[in-house]
Design a binder for this molecule. Structure first.
Ligand SMILES: NC(=O)c1ccc[n+]([C@@H]2O[C@H](COP(=O)([O-])OP(=O)(O)OC[C@H]3O[C@@H](n4cnc5c(N)ncnc54)[C@H](O)[C@@H]3O)[C@@H](O)[C@H]2O)c1
Ligand SMILES: [Fe+2]
Length: 385
C-alpha cells in the first residue's frame, strides 16, 4: 500500500493570485495573517498579493520578521503575533523560509504542547491539523507549499531541524510565477538546482514509486530545459511558469517518498554556517549522485539521462551515470554555482561535526546506498578544493 498527501486545492498559472478573494470568502475567512519577509516586501512582490486583498476589502495583518534559514525565535514570535492579530487564516508569501515558518506557526497554534518548537524535530506526534494555511511560493525551488515537511534552525544546537508532519500541509497552494519574476539570477539558479536535487534524489531514493517517478521525471525534463532560460532571461515568463510548475510537481513526489544524502549533507551547511539551502544542494549534487550510482538505483540513471535528452540506446548503465554526473556539473558551472566548499568558508576541521550531523539527518534513511559517517566525510573532503 502507498500513501500520498497533497494540498486540498492548487491554483497554477498566469495570475493565479486572483483566486484569493473567492477562496477566502467561500471558506468564510474574515482576516488574514500575512507571513513574509522584509526583502520580499521591499522587492514589490508582497504588494502583488496585498493589492488583490485590498481590492476585495479583505483585512490583513503583516508579520515580516522571517529570516533565510528561519529560526526557532522566528516561529515563537510569529505564534504570538498570530494570536494577537485575531486572524483566522494564514497566507505565507515567500520562499521556503517563509512558508516553513508559517507551517510551524500554524502547527503550534493548534498543538500547544509543541510551543517550545524544538520538540517538533523529526516525526512530531501532533494531534491536530494545523491552523488554516494558504502558501504562495516566490522562489521556484523548495515546493514547501505542497510538502509535509518544514525546516527550522535551532540556533542553540546549530541544527536545521527537519520536521515531518502530515498535519502541516497547507490547505491551498497558489503557484503564481509572476511572484517569482523578481528573483535575481543567483537565487533563480540556486533555488532551481534545489528543485533539480529534489527530482533526482526522489527518483533514486529507497522509497521511490512509479507514481513519484512520474513527477520526478517530468520535473527533470522541465528544469533541464527551462532553468538556464529563467537564469539568463529573468523576464521570460514562460520559463518562470515552467519552473514554477516543475518545482511544485516534484514536491508532490518527494514529500511522499523522501530524499537522500544530498539533503542530509546540505542541512548542516545551513544549520552551522547559514549557507543558502539551494547553493549547498547545487554544490553537492553531482558528486553525491556519482557516489549513489553504486546502489540498486543505478538503472534509474538511464531515465535521468533520457530526461536530459541523451539517446541512451547504445549506452551501458555506467555510461548513463557518467553522462548524468557530467551534465549536472556542466549545468551548475553554467549557472555560476560555487564549485568548492572552500569558497563557502568551510575548513577541514569542520568536517567531523558536519559529517556526524549529516549522517544523523532524517533524509539519510532514504538514501539508495548504505552510507556511513566516514563516507560522508570523504564526500565533503573531495569538495574542499
Ligand atoms: N519544506 C520543505 O519541504 C523544504 C524543502 C527544501 C528546502 N526547504 C527549506 O527552505 C529554505 C530555503 O528556501 P528558499 O530556497 O526558497 O529561499 P528563502 O526562502 O530562504 O529565500 C532566500 C532569499 O530570497 C529572497 N526572495 C524570495 N523570493 C524572492 C523574489 N521573488 N524576489 C526577490 N527575492 C526573493 C528572500 O527574501 C530571502 O532573502 C531553507 O531553510 C530550506 O531548508 C524546505
Ligand atoms: Fe531542498
Amino acid at each position: 500500500m502507498e500513501r500520498y498527501i497533497f494540498n486540498e486545492c492548487v491554483y497554477l498559472g498566469k495570475n493565479a493570485r486572483s483566486c484569493l478573494p473567492n477562496e477566502i470568502k467561500s471558506r468564510n475567512f474574515k482576516k488574514v495573517f500575512l507571513v513574509s519577509d522584509g526583502s520580499i516586501s521591499k522587492s514589490g512582490v508582497l504588494k502583488k498579493v496585498t493589492d488583490v486583498l485590498e481590492s476585495a476589502n479583505i483585512k490583513y495583518v503583516e508579520y515580516l520578521e522571517v529570516k533565510p534559514n528561519p529560526t526557532v525565535q522566528n516561529v515563537k514570535d510569529g505564534v504570538k503575533a498570530l494570536k494577537k492579530s485575531k486572524a483566522d487564516v494564514i497566507i505565507a508569501v515567500g520562499g521556503g523560509s517563509v512558508i516553513d515558518t508559517a507551517k510551524a506557526i500554524a502547527i503550534i497554534t493548534t498543538n500547544k504542547a509543541f510551543s517550545d518548537v524544538v520538540s517538533l524535530d523529526g516525526n512530531a506526534n501532533t494531534k491536530n491539523k494545523c491552523f488554516p494555511l494558504i502558501a504562495m511560493p516566490t522562489t521556484a525551488g523548495t515546493a514547501a507549499e505542497v510538502t509535509i515537511n518544514y525546516v527550522i534552525t535551532d540556533t542553540d544546537r546549530k541544527k536545521k531541524m527537519v520536521c515531518v508532519d502530515p498535519h502541516d500541509i497547507p490547505i491551498m497552494a497558489v503557484v503564481d510565477a509572476e511572484l517569482m519574476a523578481t528573483m535575481p539570477p543567483s537565487l533563480t539558479a540556486s533555488t532551481g538546482m534545489d528543485a533539480l536535487t529534489h527530482a533526482m534524489e526522489s527518483l533514486i531514493t529507497k522509497g521511490a514509486t512509479q507514481f513519484s517517478d512520474m513527477f520526478a521525471m517530468e520535473a527533470i525534463r522541465t528544469i533541464h530545459k527551462y532553468l538556464p532560460i529563467a537564469y539568463e532571461h529573468g523576464d521570460n515568463l514562460e520559463a518562470r511558469e515552467k519552473m514554477a510548475f516543475a518545482q511544485y510537481v516534484v514536491g508532490m513526489g518527494f514529500s511522499n517518498v523522501g530524499l537522500g544524502i544530498v539533503h542530509s549533507m546540505a542541512h548542516p551547511l545551513g544549520g552551522r554556517f547559514d549557507i543558502a539551502h539551494g547553493v549547498a544542494n547545487a554544490l553537492l549534487l553531482s558528486t553525491v549522485m556519482k557516489y549513489n550510482a553504486e546502489s540498486p538505483s543505478k538503472p534509474k540513471f538511464r531515465l535521468i539521462a533520457e530526461c536530459f535528452g541523451f539517446d541512451t540506446k547504445k549506452l551501458s548503465d555506467d555510461d548513463c551515470v557518467k553522462k548524468v554526473v557530467s551534465e549536472v556539473k556542466k549545468m551548475s558551472k553554467k549557472l555560476n554555482i560555487p564549485q568548492t566548499l572552500t569558497e563557502l568558508g568551510i575548513k577541514e576541521s569542520d568536517l567531523d561535526a558536519l559529517s556526524q550531523d549529516a549522517y544523523n539527518d532524517i533524509c539519510t534513511g532514504g538514501n539508495p546506498r548504505e552510507t556511513s559517517v566516514e563516507d560522508i566525510k570523504k564526500l565533503y573532503k573531495s569538495l574542499l578544493k
